[in-house]
Ligand binder design. Structure first.
Ligand SMILES: [Fe+2]
Length: 365
């Protein structure tokens, strides 16, 4: 990347699919720069139905505007909120200042899940649960999630080829994995909160393999869909550190209209020994009180039995130090859910150490 570049590149999905070597090479270059230096790319020609997405967001705001006591019936604290509604102030970024969490979410799985792993991780592989009277919203949710997942799989194959790796090196480890799709509503700040340090999303990196974000939608204080209320609000990301910028640069992510943002997660950074960067990112709230924003985020995960360790092509001493010792993706995910406050610390006791308890029970009996 030249130091002058201040915006992540656009990748045309039609270039990835093309038989023209020049078009495929152009997409590969964009993926290497985008995932390598910014940790994200913008995807165009992705085929996601923008009218369906707009309808989904309108229904999301209507649903989330219902009384809290009704929304509480959609919440599943028993499965660590991995399905259904998540109230505000439930989740925290791993490295955050402890500020209030200004969002509500809904979690659903749009892809088939591995039934064997449901036995080991019942919360993470749970069945979906839905509000009773939101059939169109549910069908839009599932259709959008599946479509965005398919885009992500194409991208995983392309970003493997861009590193001269076998095409399926990342995608083959995802089948049946605990992919989850979140519908998000970032909540309004009041007059005393705007212009302070309060953020809609504290700086963090995603812990999965690849995240796909079709464009979100702002809503004005009356609840009507509206354009971005000011130029500064929205997504900021921290680029890779360099000699000139040892802490990276905070860059305002400005996806061209209609593009999907595709973001590298920690799992993809680990597999590539840091060649692709899990970008730290932050969501800044508007400077005017009362505005809200919806978003749709699809998280592709490695299957829980996949090993998280750099591919042999990237297995340098530095990479081993940075990313070892190897951990299974299921263990890694469980630990992260504890770290962000969704799962209890006791969940870590379920990591396969069953013998001590059995022996103690036998001796006591
Ligand atoms: Fe994120």
């Amino acid at each position: 990347m030249s130091e002058a570049a201040s915006e992540a590149p656009v990748v045309d999905l039609e270039d990835i699919r093309s038989t023209d070597p020049a078009r495929r090479a152009k997409a590969a270059d964009a993926l290497r720069v985008g995932f390598g230096d910014f940790g994200l790319v913008y995807i165009q020609n992705h085929g996601v139905d923008t009218d369906q997405l707009a309808r989904f967001y309108d229904a999301l705001v209507a649903l989330f505007s219902r009384p809290e006591e009704e929304k509480r019936t959609w919440a599943r604290p028993d499965i660590w909120y991995q399905r259904g509604w998540t109230p505000p102030n439930t989740e925290q970024a791993v490295v955050a200042g402890g500020q209030p969490d200004f969002k509500e979410c809904y979690f659903a799985a749009c892809e088939p899940l591995d039934s064997k792993f449901r036995l080991m991780f019942p919360e993470i592989y749970a069945e979906n649960s839905w509000p009773k009277d939101a059939d169109t919203w549910r069908e839009d949710y599932l259709a959008l999630g599946r479509k965005v997942h398919a885009v992500g799989m194409e991208l995983l194959r392309a970003c493997a080829l861009a590193l001269d790796l076998p095409e399926d090196v990342f995608s083959k480890g995802t089948e049946g994995g605990p992919h989850v799709t979140r519908a998000l509503w970032y909540l309004p700040l009041d007059a005393t909160q705007v212009g302070t340090d309060i953020l809609w999303g504290e700086e963090h990196t995603d812990f999965n393999l690849l995240t796909l974000l079709p464009g979100g939608q702002f809503f004005d204080p009356s609840g009507k869909a509206c354009p971005r209320p000011d130029a500064e609000s929205g997504l900021y990301l921290r680029t890779r550190e360099s000699a000139e910028h040892p802490r990276g640069r905070m860059v305002h992510g400005k996806p061209p209209a209609g593009c999907i943002v595709a973001q590298v997660g920690q799992q993809l950074e680990i597999l590539t020994g840091g060649t692709y960067l899990a970008t730290p990112h932050v969501i800044k709230a508007p400077k005017t009180p009362g505005y809200t924003r919806t978003a749709f985020a699809h998280f592709i995960h490695l299957h829980s039995e996949q090993k998280l360790f750099p591919h042999e092509k990237f297995l340098t001493d530095d990479a081993i130090r940075a990313y070892g010792p190897p951990v299974l993706a299921g263990t890694y995910g469980l630990k992260t859910l504890v770290d962000i406050g969704l799962a209890p610390k006791t969940a870590l006791e379920k990591l396969g150490y069953h013998h001590y308890g059995r022996l103690a029970a036998a001796r006591a009996g």
